[in-house]
Write a protein that binds this ligand. Structure first.
Ligand code: NCD
Length: 310
């Protein structure tokens, strides 16, 4: 494995499988314990550097690091010297001077984690950069698919909605194709990025045609905050053509699953009854996120797995 996790493309098939297998080991190691903590990263420091809002991802990394007994520093841009104009580089060097071994960064600028990786000695984990990538989300999605269906290889997986603004879609297309899945992105033409035809996936504008052969369908949030123009006529129109409601869900094969990275716009890209149905893995995805992030931190920061038995 590389020292950093910046893109899902950094992961070979073996690297990705190693993360998934390690996450499964973390689950097993914790399951038997009344105190949900392993001593693996004792004495290491992880900095959570979040320049953009987050509920799931920030707390998930925090829980993951704490379950491995690392010290965690949560740094939010609001309330720091960033609001006085301090640059990313100076902020990072300051945190490193305090002895951080790993930095988990979320930033609204695509590429910010790559810059950071040039400036600091510790490991950098990309927790979402602009519209670019979110590799640990893709890993937790792959882990969830594998736990529910037993495999990723050979499955048909549809990724549906605001692909244009979605770092989740980009990282998932890369990772799931590396793992041997057949991925199709489904969106109106206005919500597909230029160059999507060179991605390792098929492209469709027709959700109803794709659903009957999908083993997993991943719904994406309509990212209103990143939209500058009119990408579709009305929210109602979008939801009629690209939203997953109970009627559409009925056209999925019997054992297929419905995923969403959260936060959801219930009633827009996904109906409440679909989000809360037995096919939905949305809550499991959150739980699996902790195990997968434990695996990533452990593998990058070089914890001693033997310690897990202590
Ligand atoms: C996503 C994100 O922030 O990229 N959420 C997440 O990490 N669980 C997706 C989104 O914001 O729609």
């Amino acid at each position: 494995m590389n020292r950093h996790l910046l893109s899902a493309a950094d992961l070979s098939r073996d690297d990705a499988l190693l993360v998934l297998d390690t996450a499964a080991e973390m689950d097993v190691a914790l399951a038997g314990r009344s105190i949900k903590k392993l001593p693996t990263l004792r004495g290491r420091t992880v900095v959570n550097l979040f320049f953009e809002d987050s509920t799931r991802t920030r707390t998930s990394f925090e829980v993951a690091a704490k379950r491995l007994s690392a010290d965690v520093i949560n740094f939010a841009a609001k309330g720091s010297s960033v609001s006085k104009g301090e640059s990313l580089k100076d902020t990072a060097l300051t945190l490193e001077a305090m002895g951080s071994d790993g930095v988990v960064i979320r930033h609204s600028a695509s590429g910010a984690p790559h810059r950071l990786a040039h400036w600091i000695r510790g490991s950098v984990v990309n927790a979402g950069d602009g519209t670019h990538e979110h590799p640990t989300q893709a890993l937790l999605d792959a882990y969830t698919i594998r736990r529910r269906t037993g495999r990723v290889e050979g499955l048909n997986i549809a990724i549906v909605g605001d692909v244009l603004h979605s770092r989740v879609a980009r990282s998932n297309v890369l990772l799931l194709s590396t793992l041997g899945a057949e991925v199709t992105v489904v969106a109106p033409p206005t919500l597909l990025p230029v160059g999507v035809h060179s991605w390792p996936c098929a492209v469709s504008y027709d959700l109803d045609a794709v659903l009957p052969k999908s083993d997993a369908v991943m719904m994406l949030r309509v990212q209103h905050e990143r939209m500058t123009g009119g990408f579709f006529p009305t929210v109602r129109e979008y939801s009629r053509r690209y939203g997953l409601d109970a009627i559409r869900m009925a056209s999925l094969p019997e054992d297929s699953i419905v995923m969403h990275p959260g936060p959801m716009n219930r009633g827009v890209e996904i109906a409440a009854e679909v989000a809360d149905s037995v096919r939905s893995t949305i809550v499991e995805q959150v739980a699996n996120g902790v195990s997968v992030r434990m695996a990533v931190l452990y593998l990058l920061l070089g914890g001693a797995m033997d310690g897990a038995a202590e």
